[in-house]
Design a protein around this ligand. Sequence first.
Ligand code: SF4
Length: 393
Amino acid sequence: MTANLGQFVPLDAHPSQNVRQNPLFGLDREALAARMVAAGEPAWRGRQLAEALYRQRLAGIDQITTLPKALRQRLGDEGWEVGRPKIAQVFQSADGTERYLIQGQDRDGQTVEAVWMPEGDDGESGDGSEPDQPEEERKSWDRATICVSSQVGCAVNCQFCLTARLGLQRNLTAGEIAGQVVDVLDRHAVEVGKDRVNLVFMGMGEPFLNYDNFMAAVRLLVEEAGLSPRRMTVSTSGIVPGIERFALEPDEIRPKLAISLNAPNDAVRGEIMPINRKWPIEMVLEAARKVPLRSRERITFEYVLLGGVTDRPGHAREVTRLIRRSGLAAKVNLIAWNPGPGIAYTMPAPDAVESFRAALAGEGIPVYLRRARGRDIYAACGQLKRTVEGPRL
Ligand code: SF4
């Protein structure tokens, strides 16, 4: 799929004090080649540009020394810039997690959040992406996970989620989604192909309600930046038409799928996730069964434990039956709910969390407990609301 060209804004469409340049970042190789041809240059210059933007992670046209100086000058004069989203603020947790407010490409000044979790949060355990790298070649962080946003805010309105309080402000462009990743890779000097970094599209927003831009970003990250789709997981609240489209994506490009289940049955799920009234559990499972899985791959069911609401022993038995009935190669990621201001749920008791985990494990369901990362900087699951509290760097 060609990256979204819609992010180009004619320079004369805005008042002069607001003029900004056209971003190259977000365009794929073909679109970059088309731009070069339009500028009277050979198409292979597009490949050089893609290499500079996504592999070398260069942030300014001046730095792209594979292009002749005169061409760089001309691109700048004609209103082009790299235009990669920028990290505007960094909040650092005692546990090493970093949360970023990232300034997008739009002139609306809206920021989104991304999170860096050195050592991951165990969310990827058991899904077939275990280490393939000798220990002596690893960095101070053995592995890391980057959590990425797909929209500014979210329309899905899960009752336990802080992002839902923002409502949907707008979709992110492909460049704004991929840009979060490239920013964070750059900040931590990640060597793609060598370091073990996982991406989870689980930040602000519902990726399948911004499907085209989300998948265009995945293509940029796979085809241009060189990341593996087997190290990417996209989480959906259960947008059935999105899951069905996703099932048709080719293996070489398709990330792994996670479904935010969060409840043992439709009655409870409908209360905490109103989207369930449109697409109940059975419809979601039906769509998920259409997604072809690679060897050792499993679909992840994420399950937020809310004290007294979804964490009872009977709920664990229902979840076990539901997973068995689904016929899916699946695993369950349990997440002890993270408190947020103004949300009237309670954290589950530690023994309820352990009992729930043990009940599923005892029935042979692969089950993992996601570690809460960065809770002190509002970086944990369901806490992303562009909060500006927390220790800054
Ligand atoms: S949990 Fe995800 S899908 Fe639900 S409201 Fe929050 S960001 Fe949206």
